[in-house]
Design a protein around this ligand. Sequence first.
Ligand SMILES: [Mn+2]
Length: 391
Amino acid sequence: MLLLHVSDTHLGSSKPFTGSFEREKDFYEVFDEAIDIAIKEHVDAVIHSGDLFDDFRPPPRPYVYAVKALNKLRERNIKFIVVAGQHDMAKRAGASPIHVLKELGLAHSLGESPGDVKNEVVKLNSGDLGVTGIPYFEGSMAKEVLSKVKPPEARKKILIAHILLQELGLPSYHISITQLPVKEYNYVALGDYHINYVYPNIRNPPIVYPGSTEAQDIQEYRDERYVVLVDLSGSEAVLQHIRLERFRRFAKLVIKNVNELQQSLGRLGSHNLVKKPILYVELTSKLSRFEAEKLRTELSRAVERGLISDFRILTKTAEGGELEVGEGRGEGVSTVSLDAVIKETFKDEGITQLVQALVSSTSDKDVELILELLVKDRSLYKKLEELVRRK
Ligand SMILES: [Mn+2]
């Protein structure tokens, strides 16, 4: 029995260039590559450990690409078994995009909302596979979630979960690996952590994060990205990490001034890459407006010459953290913050606050709040209306 483990494909994302279709396509292309590997390797099923989509209400395009790719699997009788991550998680029953794929007969869903743990036996070409699916959940639900984990009755069993393990050593986590009955399973397929990671010193069963298929920003970037081929034919699972080729590379240059950029660009060596890399430029000193403009021009020229696909500029904050001050292609590069740009653009305190809230909003709650604000403050609404009319 052969499986391909894939995770965190975030279809629909275009990070770090929100709204760029070029970048959005990267996520579709590498997903397609993973599906083609599954077909080439004649696997019985593709196991997806969550964040298939980047949004729980995807626009049509990510659906189209997902359906196209998953149809190729269905034609070959390869099952696609998936749990929801926090990105494609239903806020209420039946509302996850995974549910749509399930209704279309393109996915076997093993959990779509927090606490929706499933223990099932799935019929594959080469036999029965017992699967426990744990979709993303908040840490406070751990006890309830763990009580629902019941290894199914089957000769071969896998556990799929979209969780961060305590053992990763990150600031936040869901549970420790010791809380899961891993010994009951032949393979543990994990998602949520975007970096490839194999839990050390455990031969049986392997506990694996393949990592995401694309990096969402430079912090997540690694030179290699993988899908994992899992052979369950023998008594112990045999793994093969397969390197993906069609993901976008990131490069980073740390420079003081424009001269240093010109010297470093030549050394990028991006000519033999399948795709031109995204370049992050980290500035170690503050540039004048003139120098900043020159830097942007140089970088735009590098895009035109096909050295890089796009760029972002980073400067260090006073606290030593990284601050992004500009991105490529038309976005103005300066040493001012996004907040300052919004202020400068709208020149009205009320509107500025509104736009800032919208820009930084991450939930429907914020939108509700903003609407409430508009209803209460008619003058703000009037000003906004005028602005829209002028555009
Ligand atoms: Mn993810």
